[in-house]
Write a protein that binds this ligand. Structure first.
Ligand code: PHE
Length: 458
């Protein structure tokens, strides 16, 4: 596709909404609070912020550079920038990773729809026993067809938006959904921090306890930064291929990191204030759920907490609606990669490409959902297929993808091209160019290799 005919996002706000839509997802509302609880609270938050600044932003920028300069899906972008070189396979790797991540992400997206329906119909209210909430989740996990139904709802919603194209579909939907998400989160956060004893929860989130600093905390903070910023999967490469020539990449990367972090911190404030207020600091069950994270936190513990609040049903419904918005905007970015790939590399129409991607994720998502049922044969080496997909992508493929990006932009690409992308052809001043290159060439890859090795040893 030639440069002049390539579609671009219409407005700067649209760009921020779409990229933030990709970044803000389950990673912020579910993974960040549970990783924080695991990592000992505030100290994790500070290390996480450092990871976003020193690893996250440089890699976001690097993906933006590949995307805007390469003007194509990840595989096409690497090929355009390095014709005839094997870098093309980095792009294929990113597309493969995205297909695997979508396979379990869409299942979880389905759960959020299911829980929204449960909350609306009052099925998450008036339950006295905590075990009742565990049972509700277990019933869902054991019912492959129910999961598949709701997954299909998420797949169709995502496919329709992506089918409408970059401007009319992705940009318009993100411009509507992201502000709504932010508004709901703000309302919930204000409610949560004004609950009695909410302060205890905030102290947990913001008061550092140095005794918790272990190598593992660094590893999880870096992994979380990758997941949350949608790094290493070609999402940002694809979106940046729709950036116009006047978009300032550095500024956009900074704004993206701020919005993503803000949403994670607000979600953390909401969850911890509610937990400490409703259950008290000493509740063994809550602290167990908080520190184990996983689906339990969102789908078992939170509904139980909301139920104890006045208007609990409303809060539960609002929360799951917020989660739907967050997951669908991320799912859109996952689908757009495969769609752009099939459309540009194999000349399928956009609609055919979206249908193929949807069909693939429905089948693999069905298998992932089926692996959660009690006696499923889809369990390998003690892990369900669902968990394998999560581990393979988040722990292995994302860091490897990040390594490719830092290698390509830090070492391979002509530095004049990198500079001209960052300065929009010398029309804006760039500061910190050498620091940027240093972070990209040395700090990012060394950090990634360390997380990778430590996570293998785990
Ligand atoms: N960043 C998304 C989240 O936090 C997850 C994601 C990862 C989306 C990679 C796209 C690509 O939920």
């Amino acid at each position: 596709m030639s440069e002049s005919t390539r579609v671009t996002f219409g407005t700067k706000l649209g760009i921020l909404a779409a990229t933030a839509g990709s970044a803000v997802g389950l990673g912020n509302v579910w993974r960040f609070p549970s990783e924080t609880a695991n990592g000992g609270g505030a100290i994790f938050v500070f290390i996480y912020l450092a990871c976003v600044i020193f690893f996250g932003i440089p890699l976001v920028l690097a993906e933006f550079i590949i995307g805007r300069a390469g003007k194509a899906n990840p595989a096409g972008a690497y090929r355009n920038l390095a014709p005839g070189k094997p870098f093309y396979f980095f792009g294929i790797f990113a597309v493969a990773a995205v297909m695997l991540i979508s396979s379990f992400y869409m299942v979880v997206a389905g759960w959020t729809f299911d829980y929204f329906a449960l909350a609306l119909t009052g099925k998450l209210s008036n339950l006295t026993e905590p075990s009742a909430f565990k049972q509700i989740f277990a019933d869902l996990a054991n019912d492959t067809w129910r999961q598949t139904f709701w997954m299909a709802v998420s797949v169709i919603s995502t496919a329709v938006i992506v089918g409408f194209g970059v401007k009319k579909g992705i940009e318009s939907a993100s411009k509507l959904m992201m502000p709504l998400l932010f508004l709901i989160l703000l309302v919930m956060c204000v409610r949560a921090v004004t609950l009695p004893n909410a302060f205890e929860g905030l102290a947990f989130l913001f008061r550092p306890d140095l005794s918790h600093v272990t190598p593992q905390v660094f590893v999880s903070a870096l992994g979380q930064a990758f997941f949350s910023l949608s790094l290493g999967m070609g999402c940002l490469i694809t979106y940046a291929s729709y950036f116009g020539p006047d978009v300032r990449l550095g500024k956009t990367a900074g704004q993206l990191a701020v919005v993503d972090t803000l949403v994670a911190v607000l979600a953390g404030m909401t969850i911890f204030s509610t937990a400490f207020s409703v259950a008290g600091t000493g509740s063994a069950e809550i602290s167990e759920a908080l520190s184990h994270g996983g689906p339990g936190l969102i789908f078992e513990t939170l509904p139980q907490l909301f139920q104890a609040l006045p208007l609990g049903q409303l809060w539960a419904a609002l929360f799951f609606f917020l989660l739907i918005l967050a997951t669908i905007t991320s799912a859109i970015s996952l689908y757009e990669i495969g769609t752009a790939f099939l459309h540009e590399e194999f000349h399928c129409s956009r609609i055919t490409s979206v249908i193929l991607i949807s069909a693939f994720t429905l089948v693999t998502g069905f298998l992932a959902a089926a692996s959660l049922g009690g006696d499923s044969p889809l369990v390998f080496f003690g892990k369900t297929l669902f968990d394998w997909l999560d581990t393979i992508t988040a722990t292995w493929m994302m860091p490897i993808g990040g390594l490719f990006v830092s290698w390509f932009v830090g070492w391979y690409l002509d530095k004049k091209l990198v500079r001209s992308q960052l300065s929009n052809n010398d029309t804006t001043a760039i500061r910190f160019f050498r620091t940027y290159l240093f972070l990209l060439r040395y700090v990012a890859p060394i950090g990634i290799i360390i997380i990778f090795l430590v996570s293998l040893l785990k």
